[in-house]
Design a protein around this ligand. Sequence first.
Ligand SMILES: [Zn+2]
Length: 211
Amino acid sequence: MTPEAPAAVLWGWRASLFVAALAYGTLAAMVVRGLVGGFGVRTADMVLVTVGTMAGMLAVLPMAALADLPEALWGHWIPERRWRRGRCPACAQVRSDPAPPTPGTATNPPCPECGAPFERPAAWAADWRALRHAAWVLVPAGVLGTAAGLTICARDEAAFRRFVEAARVQDDSLLERSRPRAWPASFAQLNWTAGRGFSGPPPFESPKVAD
Ligand SMILES: [Zn+2]
């Protein structure tokens, strides 16, 4: 009978991890979009960005060790501390036995308060279960983050298109315009030239055009 983390702590913790992973996924998708390049919606680009972002999510996979932190705290560390202080691991009742009982033997009477066996709590280890819990956070956060990142990039491209169209109304001899993508993809450029139209080349292909 190991004590369990309160549901509010457990779900609050997982929700916080999800929000953090979602923010990471969104920024990762924007960076990958900047690296892949392209302008507007092209299926091949979208697939590349999705694959790249999911690969980027692998970088936060060690978060698996954090996903079960409330379980580790309530299920192990707290009972372990109580045990070392001679208290019931489950309910913290002070043991009244004159001598500390031998762990794991039948001579240990159960806790008079809650009936839990007076035994040393099992050691905590992040296992496949923790990895599965982490996957439940990371995979949806990666998918939603990719969608959010691509949406922000598409809005950024639409804003650039409106900007260029407005500039052409002002000056019909306009030949080219470019500006960086929105942060965190500002290392890559959005371009427009009168001859080739709109493009979002990857950073190593971005020509630095002097005005
Ligand atoms: Zn107890």
